[in-house]
Structure formats: structure tokens, C-alpha cells
Design a protein around this ligand. Structure first.
Ligand code: SF4
Length: 298
């Protein structure tokens, strides 16, 4: 963090500084077809030419250039699903970790098989977010893609299992002496990312329980970005937001009970719900518009 502030200060003085964080959108392709996703809309309209995506060599060059510049943090996320080309993603992640940078991955989780989970844990990757939008098959698959719940939960459980077995395990007697010197937090930190919408607004307590059941550390409740008609239909009305706020209170208590971290998008915290939800919708449309020009999904 210190380094980040130093770079900002130097920018403020008009000096040129290299980027602190780089976000990689490895592909616009995805193995799922969630209705609200712009990648899917473009795919359906045959507007994506995957042959124009960067080659493996270009991606490696880019990470190597980042290392030379001193990039401290890498976020690997959408356009599409970054693990579509698993070997490419894992290779880049290993390169990032091998020079000591911090790494985050956002994935739909469905492609995390045993081997992938083991590799992610072994390389000491820092953070993985898995997108799950419902606590059960019916809710999640209704919002995302048919069959995605089972696969995402399975991928998430693979990560938890390998982290439990293969993560850094300090001897308890040494923990007190060393905890201020070394970071023994289990890696990667594991988060469920859930987009709040009309179909899951009353299921947030169960989402927290699911997060705990699959052995994840935290759940992040996010705002829906509206890209298309499906997104419009998923947007909550004002009474649903009222219900959501009540349920979030309960979810917060359950999260404390079960030891899961929970964060909620700012849009759902304000007192003035009417203005709040209008703002959330407008923000969702705006973010959707910006992202449709080349942005990030989950
Ligand atoms: S929202 Fe994510 S998982 Fe779903 S189709 Fe789009 S990129 Fe794939």
C-alpha cells in the first residue's frame, strides 16, 4: 500500500510512474451463457471475432513488461471466462507470483478441476472470486446458465479442499513469535461474488450459509450492471430493495455467527431507498454501457 501512495504522490508532482495494478481480460469467450451478460449478447449477434484475441506470446510479453516496470498487482478477470484457456491463465499466474506480485482471479468457477485448484494453491495465488448468484441450483441457474451451480460449487470446493491440505501451515508454537513478521494467512483468500437482483434479493442469508459450507472466507454482494433486456428484467423494484435491506441485516448476523466476511455494494446502504434504487439502476446502465465498450463481467 505504501508503494501505491508513493506512486500517487509522485504522479501528483507531475512525475511519470509505472502502473501499480494491471487488469487482464484474457478473452471475451466463455463456456457459460448468462442472459444478462454482454459477452453473450455479442456472441449471439456474431459480433465477436475470437481470432483477433491476443496470442499466448503477446500475453507473456505483457506480463514480463509489467514485471520490468514494477507492477505490484494483477487482476485476471472477464470480458469472458479467464480459465477458458487454462494453460495460458495458469502460466501467466505462475509468472506473476514468481516475481512476487499480488494476484487476483475472478472466475465463474466451473472450470476449476482438481489439477487447476491444486496449481492455484501451490503457486500461492492471493485471491480467487467465484461468481455464484443463488444458494441453490434453481435460483443460480435461472439467473446464470443451466448446470452452472453444480459446476461452480464443485470448482469452489476443489479450491477449499486443496487450500486446507496444501496451504502454508505454521506450527502453532511458532505462530505467536512469527505472526508479526510473516503473513500466514491461508492462500488464496476465497470469495463468493453475488450480483444482487430480483431473483435472489430474499436469499442473501442462504448465500452466506453456502459461502460457509463451501469453505470460503467471504461473500461480496454486488450491484447488477444492466447491459440488455434480461438485465432490465432482473433489476429489483423498490419493495424488493426494502426486503433485501432487511435480509441483509439477518445475513450480516449469520455471517458473524459462521465466521464469514460480508460486504455489500454501497448502493444498498443509503437510507433513501427510492433515490438509491434509481441511482443503482442508472449506475448499472452506465457501467453496462462502459463495459460493453470493453469491460468486465463475472
Ligand atoms: S457473466 Fe461471466 S460467466 Fe456468465 S456468460 Fe458472462 S462472462 Fe461467462
Amino acid at each position: 500500500m505504501d508503494e501505491l501512495f508513493k506512486r500517487i504522490a509522485r504522479w501528483g508532482q507531475g512525475k511519470t510512474e509505472p502502473p501499480y495494478t494491471v487488469q487482464l481480460h484474457l478473452t471475451n469467450n466463455c463456456n457459460l451463457s448468462c442472459g444478462f451478460c454482454p459477452t453473450v449478447s455479442l456472441k449471439n449477434e456474431n459480433e465477436v471475432d475470437y481470432s483477433e484475441e491476443l496470442s499466448r506470446e503477446k500475453w507473456i510479453d505483457l506480463v514480463e513488461e509489467g514485471e520490468r516496470l514494477g507492477v505490484e498487482e494483477w487482476h485476471i478477470c472477464g470480458g469472458g471466462e479467464p480459465l477458458i484457456d487454462k494453460e495460458l491463465a495458469l502460466d501467466l499466474m505462475e509468472r506473476i507470483k514468481s516475481y512476487g506480485a499480488r494476484g487476483e482471479l475472478v472466475t465463474n468457477g466451473t472450470l476449476i478441476d482438481d489439477r487447476t485448484a491444486k496449481k492455484i494453491v501451490k503457486m500461492n495465488w492471493d485471491h480467487v472470486s467465484v461468481s455464484i448468484d443463488g444458494p441453490d441450483k434453481e435460483t443460480n441457474d435461472g439467473i446464470r446458465s443451466q448446470g452452472s451451480f453444480e459446476k461452480a460449487v464443485n470448482g469452489a470446493e476443489n479450491l477449499s479442499r486443496y487450500r486446507k491440505g496444501d496451504g502454508p501451515q505454521p506450527l502453532p508454537s511458532l505462530l505467536f513469535l512469527t505472526s508479526t513478521v510473516f503473513d500466514f494467512t491461508l492462500k488464496p483468500n476465497l470469495a463468493v461474488e453475488t450480483v444482487l437482483c430480483s431473483e435472489n434479493h430474499d436469499k442473501v442469508v442462504d448465500m452466506v450459509r453456502l459461502t460457509s459450507d463451501i469453505g470460503f472466507d467471504e461473500i461480496r454482494f454486488n450491484t447488477l450492471n444492466i447491459w440488455n433486456e434480461v438485465g432490465e428484467k432482473l433489476a429489483m423494484d423498490i419493495s424488493e430493495v426494502h426486503t433485501l435491506k432487511k435480509e441483509l441485516k439477518k445475513a450480516g448476523e449469520v455471517a458473524k455467527e459462521v465466521g464469514v466476511g460480508m460486504s455489500v455494494a454501497d448502493n444498498f446502504k443509503a437510507e433513501d431507498l427510492k433515490e438509491n434504487i434509481d441511482t443503482a439502476r442508472e449506475m448499472g446502465r452506465l457501467v453496462g454501457l462502459l463495459n460493453s465498450l470493453g469491460g468486465e463481467n463475472g
